[in-house]
Design a protein around this ligand. Structure first.
Ligand code: PA5
Length: 471
């Protein structure tokens, strides 16, 4: 499975954690003996996660969806044949995965390419309810040539349901008869309101399986349909996830997700409450966004599973190399020892861009000529890692041979497993989000949803009781 003779091995992603260890980076690092001991002491995180496989259906998505894949491909093919634009309506876990995978695997200016150079229809993922965003979207799409994929696992999220109401109204007015074929719903088979609307109107519908929460759903129809519509090889994406799953059921020292979880735990215990993810590739920029939600919403918990107050969780920070070298890296080298920086490097980028030999009369510019942007990018990654390490700040390098569907599938699975292991280590439920609920319920009350009268009274009472301080 992990043998170097496995043909998949040359596409395997690797984790270098040398710069986490005190023997390499000094007193602010993790002593090697602590790491070795923790790898033994925390092994239960792997066995418990393995034993909960039946509940954690997200982990099997790479192999459990044969019939679903047929439906996804059939719908994707219909959309590709018929529409020139595909709009995802969804938020949080119902949007961040589709955005991240599309940015990783398609052209960075995908929507601006002419139709014959694109892999499919234009894609917009609408994950906010800023009225300007909706209004501006409607300025650039033709509803008669647009398919809308409304994605909501719970089928009740106000933001997504409000978007659906707007689009329903628009389609009825602009398309008239046949408008129903412009909407595809992705939701829970039995629960929520979206399934009711889907059944009432007869939308094409895909299901988010039980045991697959929003932030763990990218490899379900949530992510697979938008990916397939835009020409991404979803079989390879799932094959990559399967490969990483196989790697991670192996011995602990060779399990990269477990090693990452142990390092996160130990560094957090030493006061590193911030986790920075810094990919050195624009294509991976939104993988950092997706990871931020996965890490924050899964692990930011007030109570452990025994109802003890623990207030745990590392704050994720998104960063982009080299752009944020000119924005955040001063803090990462000179600032407090409260963070771990995870660099992501790509060994072979999709293109090579030469830097021409010009301005030879100005040696301080001319030295760049004859190199490539690829060399500049990789040298800057090396140099920044060197500077961060020299300043004694812990950092990790995740190396990806190249950005393709197979390696992205691996990356997603590795981070999902890291998060699940971390939940076990911290003894918290990584799969709920009670802290998000209070805000959702207050919104329902403010907008007059049935059954939220006492919540509205509570909000009004809180407003009365609070003194106002403002300038
Ligand atoms: O990860 C999660 O569970 C959340 O971020 C949800 O994805 C988000 O709140 C949207 O929920 P839903 O898909 O039910 O509309």
């Amino acid at each position: 499975m992990k043998s170097t003779s496995d043909t998949r091995y040359n596409q395997r992603i690797h984790v270098d954690f040398s710069n986490m260890i005190a023997e390499n980076i000094g007193a602010r690092g993790i002593p090697e003996s602590d790491f070795t001991q923790a790898m033994i002491d925390l092994q239960y995180a792997v066995s418990q996660t393995d034993s909960k496989r039946d509940e954690m259906k997200w982990r099997d998505l790479h192999s459990s969806q044969d019939a679903v894949l047929c439906d996804v491909k059939r719908i994707a093919s219909r959309v590709r044949d018929r529409f020139d634009t595909f709009v995802v309506l969804g938020i949080g876990g119902s949007a961040l995965g589709p955005i991240a995978v599309h940015q990783a695997l398609n052209h960075l200016h995908y929507n601006d390419l002419p139709h014959d150079k694109r892999n499919g229809p234009r894609l917009f993922v609408e994950d906010n309810v800023d009225p300007q965003r909706m209004s501006d979207l409607l300025d650039v799409i033709d509803p008669r040539k647009t398919a809308f994929n409304v994605i909501s696992k719970s089928g009740s999220t106000s933001e997504t349901m409000a978007q659906l109401l707007i689009i329903l109204d628009l389609l009825k007015k602009t398309v008239g008869e046949g408008w129903v074929s412009h909407i595809i719903a992705t939701t829970d088979k039995n629960k929520g309101n979206l399934i009711k609307a889907a059944q009432q109107y007869g939308f094409d519908t895909l299901y988010v399986p039980d045991g697959v929460g929003g932030r763990f759903s990218e490899l379900s129809p949530v992510g697979l349909l938008p990916a397939a519509v835009c020409g991404i090889d979803i079989d390879k994406l799932l094959a990559g996830a399967k490969y990483m799953d196989e790697i991670c059921t192996d011995e602990f020292n060779d399990n990269p997700a477990y090693v990452l979880a142990v390092l996160s735990f130990l560094s957090q215990r030493m006061g590193s409450n911030i986790s920075v993810m810094m990919p050195y590739a624009d294509s991976l920029k939104y993988i950092a966004d997706w990871y931020a939600q996965l890490w924050a919403e899964s692990l930011g918990k007030r109570y452990d599973v025994n109802s003890n107050e623990v207030f745990c969780g590392q704050t994720p920070v998104k960063s982009l190399g080299v752009t944020d070298q000119h924005s955040q890296v001063q803090l990462y080298t000179g600032g407090p020892y409260d963070k771990v920086i995870t660099f992501i490097g790509v060994e072979t980028l999709k293109c090579v861009v030469d830097i021409p030999k010009e301005l030879e009369s100005i040696p301080d510019i001319a030295f760049l000529g004859g190199h490539t942007l690829n060399e500049l990018l990789s040298s800057e990654l090396y140099a920044t890692r060197y500077a961060v390490t020299k300043s004694g700040h812990m950092n990790i390098l995740i190396s990806i041979p190249e950005v393709n569907a197979f390696t992205i599938g691996q990356l997603l699975m590795m981070f999902e497993l890291q998060t699940a292991y971390m939940g076990e280590i911290l003894n918290i439920n990584a799969f709920d989000q009670p802290g998000v609920e209070e805000g959702k319920q207050a919104t329902y009350a403010l907008l007059g949803k049935n059954g939220y009268g006492s919540k509205l009274a509570e909000l009004n009472a809180a407003k009365e009781a609070n003194k106002t301080y403002s300038v």
